[in-house]
Design a protein around this ligand. Sequence first.
Ligand SMILES: [Zn+2]
Ligand SMILES: [Zn+2]
Length: 428
Amino acid sequence: VINRAHFSEAITWRRNLHRLAQPSWLEFYATGLIASHLTAWGYEVKLGTEIFDPSKQLLPPSAERLAEEYNRALAAGIKEEFILPAKGGYTGVVGILRGTSPGPTVAYRFDIDSNEARESQEKSHRPAADGFASTVPRCAHLCGHDGHVAMGLLLARHFSENRAKIKGTVKFIFQPNEENLSGAAAMIPKGVLDGVDFLLGGHLGVAVPETGKIAIDVHSSLAVTRSEVTFRGKPSHSGTRPDLGKNALLGACAAITNLYAIARHGLGPSRINVGVIEGGSTWNVIPERVYFKMETRAIENSINDYMQAKAREVLSGAAKMYDLKLEVVPAASCPSGHNSPELVAIGLEVAKKLPWVKEVIPDIAWFGSEDFMLMAEVVQKQGGQVLFVLHGTPIGGGHHSETFDFDEEAIYNGADFYAAMYDTLTSR
Ligand SMILES: [Zn+2]
Ligand SMILES: [Zn+2]
């Protein structure tokens, strides 16, 4: 049972994180806050390239942004020793606590990044009314990962205060860059999952809008693949010699309408979206370059592979039709995934017995994408088990909306569930 006396401190951590929201690869404040506490509580703490493969850092921020956010964390009181290893945007923390008797390695994964979006400053929005709205321009915690960090720290403190009861090893994986689905892929090559027998994680608020509820078997995660696509042609005067140009915009338009026309796979749901398009220069020039962001998703990895293969045919077909050069740069990908049935069964039993639980939702199809599933795949392949749950809370505006907020009680509830899972997993 998590000590209720520490809950007010967890709220302080959450609100400080909320004020200092930093997005993917720039989570220096969160990294420093987590590392300093874990160190003080006796954890072995790993940072920077010990847990982060720089060659997997997709879409890295500019040097200016890195310096700006690094300095923002220092100005907020983070000691440089805790973020120096993360200086190139190699954010995230792994904390390890070993027990005195043998047992399994139980790992918990919490994501730490904010969104790149503006937060409401209206007084009807509680973080603004209570003075903890984001102070970072164009960045805000609108997905609840500030709550995930606070939940993880509350749980980590619990283990440090009950160290005599630890059997085997407890491991905390505080993962950067969930929003662009790239953080897990950067950590896995460094062995952060080596020897993990059980991996647990979850998300606040998604599909469970009531405090005291918890959804155990979260299924129907979507595999996702994101790319940046560029068509390049040749500019020419649109009045005098349009015949000398090669129109990248026409190629992109043909591609995009046909991307949405891909015949859907009969064996399961899939999605395709082009969310951004930029290109061309002015009225009287044949557009030379068009760029867009494309993603496919599907309920099974194989169906996502089908969508990707078809999308590639459409892109190269459009390039050929308009005599354009095509460039496709991977931006992120993560698999679909499923919880381990054994852990689902244990999770259901554990949740039922917790005093704050009003309702256990046995299973839920959420149609979200989460790079937790990439870690899940690795752990299951090495013979371990995984569980991803949804922590109930009302959420103000929806996730990623400017008025997103959650009931901080969910921080306590989530940590308490994970602590109870630990007790059961190590007492069998
Ligand atoms: Zn999220
Ligand atoms: Zn999100």
